[in-house]
Design a protein around this ligand. Sequence first.
Ligand SMILES: [Zn+2]
Length: 86
Amino acid sequence: MLEITKESIEKATAKARIAKPLVKVIEFRRYSVTNKTTGATYEVRFTKIGNQKFGECSCPATKICYHISSCLPINAVLASQMIQTA
Ligand SMILES: [Zn+2]
């Protein structure tokens, strides 16, 4: 799992804007991301521990990748619609 911070997602977000991969919701905090050019599909998962957010992706990247950053806006929208239970 990789911690998601402003700093750690900065480059990935820039790359996501260029790559514009196709993001599908599997369930809340679980997404399928497809590169439209290569057809490669990876699975992204998010976890929240306290106030820290973590992400993981099935691609070979060892840092926060653009698959993870591509899912963040959708995850934020879904999270805002969720009734959070302690
Ligand atoms: Zn990835």
